[in-house]
Design a binder for this molecule. Sequence first.
Ligand code: UGA
Length: 405
Amino acid sequence: MKIGVVGLGYIGSVTSVALAEAGYEVVGIDIDESKVKLLSAGETPIYEPGLKEMLVKNAKKLRFSIDYNELKDINYIFVIVPTPNKDGKIYLKYVEDAIEKIKQINKNAVVIIKSTVLPGTASNLMATTGMTIISNPEFTKEGTAIEDTLKPDRVVIGGNNKNAIEEVKKIWEFTGSPIIETTNENAEMIKYASNSFLAVKVSYINEIANLCEKVSGCDVEVIAKGMGLDKRIAPYFLKAGIGFGGSCFPKDTAAFISFAKDLNEDLSIIESAVSVNRSRISRIVNLLEDKFNGKETMTRIGVLGLAFKANTDDTRESQSIKLINKLLSIGFKVNAYDPIAKVKLENISLFSSARECIENSDAIVVATEWPEFKNLEIKGKFVIDMRRMLSLNNDSNLKVVGHYG
Ligand code: UGA
C-alpha cells in the first residue's frame, strides 16, 4: 500500500519514516524545497534521535517531492501541516490549502488529518470540500518521536465513513496499540484534552515545588515519587522545572481556552496552568534581581540550554528563550550554551561549551535537562538549577527547583 504525507516537519517526517519502517511505500510532499532536498539525500531537517538512521535504512520505500501530482494515485493521504496561533486563534490556512491541493489532484482520496485541529474542523472541511476526512491526532513527543509513532499508547481514529475508518485502522494495525474508533469531533477533542491535562500536571507539580522551596525538609522530587506510585496519578509529567514550552502545549492550551470562550465556557483549570507557567520566568528573574539588585548591567547570566527540553533542537516557545529576553529587557548581560539547538539571538554571547559559558558568567541558570549538565561542577557562582541536574549541597549559592533553601 502506498501512503501520502503532506507536511514534512517534525511529525510529518517522523510519520513518513515510521510508516516506511512498517513496510509502506510513502510519498512525502512539502512546499519547502530545502526540506525535500535534505530528506531525499538521506538527511533530516530536524534533530530527532534515530530518525536519520531509519530514513537511510528505508530510503527505497520513501520518496519526497514538492509536487502534489505525486499523490495522484494515492488513496490515503495524511495532512501534517502546522496549525499555529494567530491573534489567539487557531490558523487553519495551511490545512485548508493542503486539502484543496489534494482535492485538485485526487478528489477521491481519503484525507487523514494528523495536524492538531479544534473539534468541528474536520466536519466543516468535509462540508466545504466534499472530501472524506478522518481525524487521527498524534501523541508523539519530540525526542522519542520514533518509538512513540511505532508503539503509541493508543491510536485515535475519528470519522463518519466506515470504510475509510477500517482502512486507516489497517494502516496502524502494525503498532499493536489499542485503537479508539470514534467521531471526528471526539478524536479532535481527545488531543486538546490530553495535551492540556499534561500541561496542568506540569503546572501542578511546579506549584508544589514553589511550596517545597519554603518548607524546611521538603523536596518536590520525593513528593512526586510518592504521588506517582499511585496508579491513579502515575509518575509521568510530574517533574518540576522551568515550565512547559515547545510547539504544542502553549499553542494548544491557548487555542482550547479561546475555543471554550467562544462557547461561553471557561477552562479555568487550564487557564491557571498557563498562568502558573508564565510565572516560572518571573520567579527566576526575581531571584536574580534580589541577588544582583542595582548591578544588573554589570552581571553576566549564563543560561545553560536553549531547547525547550532535552534531545531536541527545537526552541519554539522555549522557556529558556523567554527567560533570556526578560533578562535582557531588565539590563542583565546574557551568555548561553546549548549542545544542539542553534538560535539567532541579538545581544547575547553564545558559547561552544558549558564550561566556557560558566567561566564567563557571574550566575548560572540550568534551563534544559541536557544529560551533559548532570553534576557539572560550578564553584563560587550563584546558580539556579531549574532542572535538578546538579548535586544538592549545602551551598547557599545553589538554588534548586522544588528544594528548600
Ligand atoms: C507534547 C505531548 O507530550 C505529545 O503527546 C503531543 O503529541 C505533542 O505535544 C504535540 O501536540 O504534538 P512535546 O511538545 O514534544 O509533546 O513535549 P513534551 O515532552 O510533552 O514536553 C512539553 C513541555 O513540558 C517541555 O517543555 C517539558 O520540559 C515540560 N515538562 C514535561 C516538564 O516540565 N515536566 C514534565 O514532567 C514533563
